[in-house]
Design a protein around this ligand. Structure first.
Ligand code: LHQ
Length: 275
């Protein structure tokens, strides 16, 4: 596949380990190493960082979906590839290696529009935690979430120590980290780890409908909402209320705000353009 060019920015689609599909404002990034359940090798880590940063620059993209090819979302670090790097004697400290993943997490966090993880099958290790770093998660009912780190004597990385207690509370977070048991999709929905769980047969349609609904919303307000909520996790009430005012000043300047009010007054559905 060659390089396709988006309306405003170049949209690269010729990745080695990612599939890229854009439709109706939804950019779907599919991690594509199904033979190892989409385990991360060096190239896929770098490509995912590149693709997310490119999506953030492309205003035609109004929602990003991150998913996996084949029967899994992802199985975490490719343990074979990691062992091979170590065996070569040139391995960086793991903390240096993790910085390559941190780029992915920051790209999701800073993306000024929604990022959805669409999880089918297993999401283990750092793949699980990258799903948790996304703004929202849809799971197929065959999904399972595994904080696999304890199984190999490691601590959760990929931001799991940050996202897990915030999503499910400290007690459940520690249980998931320490026992490293499979958490089924139904259980994940019950404890708030995923936004919704849908039957496998309806998964693709449900993801598409959810993502397209977000992609036709007031995109700039969505970006401001991310900023407001992520900042409030770290700040006191006064700081959050001050930021709320600043962000509402910005939201009020958008075309979508004007369109939303006009649509209400004219008793019609709003046609948001993302501007
Ligand atoms: C894999 C992998 C995999 C390579 C399945 N690598 N091939 C950060 C920094 C530094 C160091 C280490 O790690 C990290 C972050 C992390 O992510 S740590 C956690 C790493 N991930 C794991 O420990 C999970 C390892 N995988 C598994 O436990 C199982 O494969 C799960 C539970 C994910 C799925 O089990 P099954 O559905 O039974 O599938 P399978 O085990 O048969 O896997 C299918 C194939 O995929 C198989 O290859 P084969 O040639 O036999 O068909 C696996 O070897 C391969 N694969 N995960 N991470």
């Amino acid at each position: 596949m060659g390089i396709a060019y988006g309306m405003k920015n170049m949209l690269q689609t010729d990745y080695q380990y990612l599939l890229i599909h854009e439709e109706n404002g939804v950019l779907t990034i599919t991690m594509n190493r199904p033979e190892v359940l989409n385990a991360f090798n060096e190239e896929m880590i770098a490509e995912l960082g590149d693709a997310l940063e490119a999506a953030a620059r492309d205003e035609a993209v109004r929602c990003v979906v991150l998913t996996g090819a084949g029967r899994a979302f992802g199985s975490g670090q490719d343990l074979g590839a990691f062992a091979a790097i170590h065996a070569s004697g040139e391995a960086p400290k793991v903390s240096e290696h993790l910085k390559k993943y941190h780029r992915i997490i920051f790209a999701i966090h800073n993306m000024p529009r929604p990022v959805i993880a669409a999880v089918r099958g297993v999401a283990a290790g750092i793949s699980c935690n990258i799903a948790l770093a996304c703004d929202m998660r849809i799971a197929s009912d065959d999904a399972r979430f595994i904080e696999a780190f304890a199984r190999i004597g490691l601590v959760p990385d990929g931001g799991g120590g940050y996202t897990l207690p915030r999503l499910v509370g400290l007690g459940r977070a520690l249980e998931m980290a320490m026992l490293a048991d499979d958490v089924t999709a139904a259980e994940a929905e019950r404890i708030g780890l995923v936004n919704r769980c849908v039957p496998a047969a309806q998964f693709d349609a449900a993801v598409k409908a959810f993502a397209e609904r977000l992609a036709s919303g007031p995109t700039r307000a969505y970006g401001l909402m991310k900023q407001l909520m992520y900042t409030s996790l770290e700040s006191d009430l006064q700081t959050s209320l001050t930021l709320e005012g600043e962000l509402q000043d910005a939201a009020l300047q958008t075309e979508d705000h004007r369109e939303g009010v006009a649509a209400f007054l004219q008793k019609r559905k709003a046609n948001y353009t993302g501007r």
